[in-house]
Design a protein around this ligand. Structure first.
Ligand SMILES: Cc1ncc(COP(=O)(O)O)c(C=O)c1O
Length: 434
């Protein structure tokens, strides 16, 4: 690259302008399969191209194929944010480009990761003395937790609720455990009477604080009691709703988690950290070491320091701790609380509009920033309505299925989402409903 500073300024300007105008772009891409690729050369260039040409294609070819997750009216799945501090931190991480596999391969990377995890532990009110490390995703964190559990109880089954994220079943399958789904009550929480019937001999229970469809919170204190009696590992999947516990009024979300053997919270879901950043804490680091520790000849054995490669499946590890540390510093407890509270307020406001409008209904409790709702009519009609809203480009929502019925799912989670954005989404829904 001939002009790193000039190109760097251009890239940063591109990012700043993108973030300023993203709210005016259609949220979902309307590209058809193969369209983006067809517009790009099939073979790599022989000669170096200027970085400027890349930015040109970014606007011309890539953006039309982007569904804008950083858009204020991206309200599907769990809406997320690449916040400005997080974006800049990603640049710094790439510049340092360290591999945090061993303490000695970059001492600051391990120590900042551990520190950032301890700060977040304090912000969430988790117990002291937990060992923490960062994985790319909650899917990987759950694989790691179940592999650790298997060290203590080989074979066996994993119990989780019917509403748990499918990454739990995937993780169980991958490490050779059978996953059984425990029924839920009428508020979509794991039924502890049903769990009690199955728990003896199980390897692990995965309880969810904030399920993917409705954000229901399993009764973790009771589940922890059953796990304690049966000697079964308890993993708490708080990937989305765990972040709410930065606000005192949501500390109940993690009630009972003090008894968990492991717990995962994803700052890349609702803590404004660019994907990927998934925090995994455990009070059983010994079990993780049994599952993952291995020292090849070419790596020095460490005695009095932590080598984070020994706690999860990957050897190579990005310096993710840096972006978490930057986000926590640049928002502070107050900034994080203000955003979470605003997102919850917007979701509650949206729910009130739905409830007050004939022909629409809210279909599940909505304690956080997600609302499940539907329009009177068939599943096909609701599906078509959703497709019309998403095709309009005005807003992007997703769906789920509850009690056999297709329902619409609106999630607020982006730092740029305002009341006006949520109102525009509601208007788009009403317009699409005719
Ligand atoms: C409750 C819950 N757990 C786990 C996951 C998986 O998260 P990841 O994409 O980080 O693997 C999700 C994804 O949405 C989720 O909603």
């Amino acid at each position: 690259m001939s002009d790193f500073r000039g190109d760097g300024r251009a890239a940063l300007d591109w990012v700043a302008e993108y973030l300023e105008r993203v709210g005016e772009l259609p949220v979902a891409s309307s590209a058809s399969p193969g369209e983006v690729r067809a517009r790009l050369p099939a073979s790599p260039p022989e000669r170096a191209e200027p970085f400027e040409a890349v930015l040109h294609d970014l606007d011309d070819v890539i953006l039309p194929g982007i569904t804008h997750w950083n858009h204020p009216r991206f309200l599907g799945y769990f809406a997320i944010s690449g916040s400005e501090p997080g974006i800049l931190a990603e640049l710094l991480i790439a510049a340092l480009n360290v591999n945090a596999m061993l303490w000695s391969t970059s001492p600051a990377a391990t120590e900042v990761e551990e520190l950032a995890l301890d700060w977040l532990r304090q912000l969430l009110g988790l117990r002291e003395g937990l060992h923490g490390h960062i994985e790319d995703t909650a899917s990987t964190a759950t694989i790691a937790a179940l592999a650790a559990a298997r060290e203590l109880r080989p074979g066996g089954i994993v119990l989780t609720s019917e509403q748990a994220n499918f990454s739990v079943a995937k993780a169980a399958k991958l490490i050779g455990l059978e996953c059984r789904l425990v029924p839920v009550d009428d508020e979509f929480r794991m039924r502890t009477d049903a769990l009690a019937e199955e728990i003896d001999g199980a390897t692990a229970v995965v309880a969810t604080a904030g399920t993917t469809s409705t954000t229901s919170v399993d009764p973790i204190p009771e589940i922890a009691g059953l796990c304690g009696q049966a000697g079964v590992w308890l993993h708490v999947d708080a990937a989305y709703a765990g972040s709410a516990a930065v606000c005192e009024e949501f500390s109940w979300t993690l009630d009972g988690a003090e008894h968990a053997d492991s717990i995962v919270v994803n700052p890349h879901k609702w803590l404004f950290t660019p994907i990927d950043c998934s925090c995994l804490w455990t009070r059983r680091p010994d079990a993780f070491l049994r599952a993952f520790s291995a020292t090849p000849e070419y790596m020095p054995e460490s005695s009095d320091v932590t080598d984070l490669k020994d706690y999860g499946p990957a050897l190579g590890r990005r310096f993710r701790g840096l972006k978490l540390w930057v986000v926590l510093r640049c928002y502070g407890r107050e900034g994080l609380q203000a955003l979470i509270r605003e997102h919850v307020r917007l979701a509650q406001l949206f729910a009130s509009w739905v409830e007050d409008t004939p022909g629409w209904e809210v279909v599940a409790p909505h304690p956080f920033s997600v609302v499940c709702f539907r329009r009177e009519g068939s599943d096909e009609e609701n599906e078509a309505l959703l497709a019309r809203v998403n095709a309009s480009g005005e807003a992007f929502l997703t769906h789920t299925r509850l009690n056999g019925r297709l329902v619409l799912h609106l999630a607020v989670g982006n730092v740029r989402t305002t009341e006006d954005d949520v109102r525009r989404a509601w208007e788009a829904l009403q317009q699409a409903a005719g």
